[in-house]
Design a protein around this ligand. Structure first.
Ligand code: UT7
Length: 349
């Protein structure tokens, strides 16, 4: 069966740099706490009114498409992963299709948060393998800065996240051994509520009894988003950080091992591991568990924070631009996040 290869890759981060000290203006936090617990020094925030998740995705896509030696009009399918879409609906895929003046191609949005890009890559890979499409644009982009609680109440979440976008173009390859070797997708919805944004939503309290009061007070027509929900900060993401951390350090190495074993490869065969940039401590733990040396793991959370669906393609692109990934290298992508969902991909570059 025909394999797919990453024919072009690009990323975009907004100009505005926010250091840890900058965040002290809004909340009770410190550079020391943030660096010690997460490794993050600074992150980028999109221009508040001038940039959206889609516009950042378009910037990354333009670079990826050009590097693939193709044009937006040649793209025959779009897969867009994000948890911070421009609209509740329609998704960012169609907005990107419009902005890039593409043909009337299919556009699919993926809602798998931190593992969204690897899920998106896997979907695109299947379409290339079956021969249905030949030029698929895969995008991961986030504008978190619009939807975070910048008061002290939300500091455990808001200091972590940053904005940005990454994109790749997948094409078929005939080169022996080259391309995406396999992808591995997993979920465990048991803990769906421990890293989630509940509202706006249609759950009507089924899964979140702790917010009963907000629903009791809501009139018909206000159940989607009421004043009480806003007063109780339910319009912001909720995260039980330590619980997510504990699961991530188990599931990321597990999916890497699964990918290696399916391909008859060993940990020592990995040339570059690109872990989702959630927390430098998680990435270091994974590195240690897999016994990889520093030159075989790429981290950039220090500069960008956690950009969720954009984190893997941004890190992959930076590593490639820095010459850390060369033709023939075995590259492993691995991500874990809300859902829980987690995913891995093994690529012969
Ligand atoms: O990408 C999506 C997946 N997400 C993740 O993978 C995140 C995984 N989890 C984490 O990265 C970490 O759990 C965090 C970085 C979110 C938090 O680090 P932690 O070491 O687990 O801290 P904690 O939540 O246990 O909080 C410890 C203390 C608390 O104070 P008390 O109760 O001990 O007095 C928090 O209130 O740190 C406090 N705290 C802060 N202090 C200063 C929480 N956030 C902050 C902050 N600045 N920004």
């Amino acid at each position: 069966m025909q394999r797919s290869k990453i024919a072009g890759i690009g990323f975009y981060v907004p100009k505005n740099v926010y250091t840890n000290d900058d965040l002290k203006k809004y909340m009770d936090t410190s550079d020391e706490w943030i660096q010690e617990r997460t490794g993050i020094k600074e992150r980028r925030y999109a221009d508040r009114l001038g940039e959206t998740t889609t516009t950042m995705g378009v910037e990354a896509a333009r670079i990826a498409i050009e590097r693939a030696g193709t044009t937006a009009q040649d793209i025959d399918f779009v897969v867009f992963a994000t948890l911070s879409p421009d609209y509740y609906f329609p998704g960012c895929g169609v907005l990107l299709q419009r902005a890039m003046k593409m043909k009337e191609v299919g556009a699919l949005d993926i809602r798998n948060q931190c593992s969204g890009f690897v899920y998106a890559l896997s979907v695109a890979d299947q379409f290339i393998k079956t021969g249905m499409y030949k030029n698929i644009l895969v995008v991961g982009a986030e504008k978190h800065s619009f939807g975070l609680d910048f008061s002290t109440r939300g500091r455990n979440v808001s200091v972590i996240f940053g904005d940005g976008a990454g994109a790749v173009v997948l094409q078929p390859t005939n080169k022996e051994g080259q391309g995406i070797l396999s992808t591995h997708l997993h979920s465990d919805g048991e803990s769906a509520e421990i890293l989630a944004m509940y509202n706006p939503g249609t759950h009507a309290n089924h899964w979140t009894p702790q917010w009963q009061s907000a629903f009791d007070e809501a009139e018909i027509g206000q159940l989607f988003m009421s004043h009480a929900m806003i007063d109780e900060a339910q319009n912001f993401p909720y995260m039980d950080g330590p619980a997510v951390f504990k699961k991530a350090v188990i599931k990321i190495p597990e999916v890497v091992e699964e990918a290696l074993s399916q391909n008859g490869l060993n940990k020592s065969d990995i040339d570059m591991l690109i872990p989702h940039q959630a927390n430098l401590r998680i990435a270091q733990f994974v590195q240690q568990k897999l016994g990889l040396s520093d030159d075989k793991v790429y981290n950039n959370i220090q500069k960008y924070g956690n950009t969720t669906a954009a984190s893997v393609p941004i890190a992959l692109c930076e590593a490639w631009e820095a010459g850390r990934i060369k033709e023939g290298d075995l590259v492993c992508l691995a991500a874990f996040g809300s859902g829980f969902t987690w995913a891995g991909a093994l690529i012969r570059w």
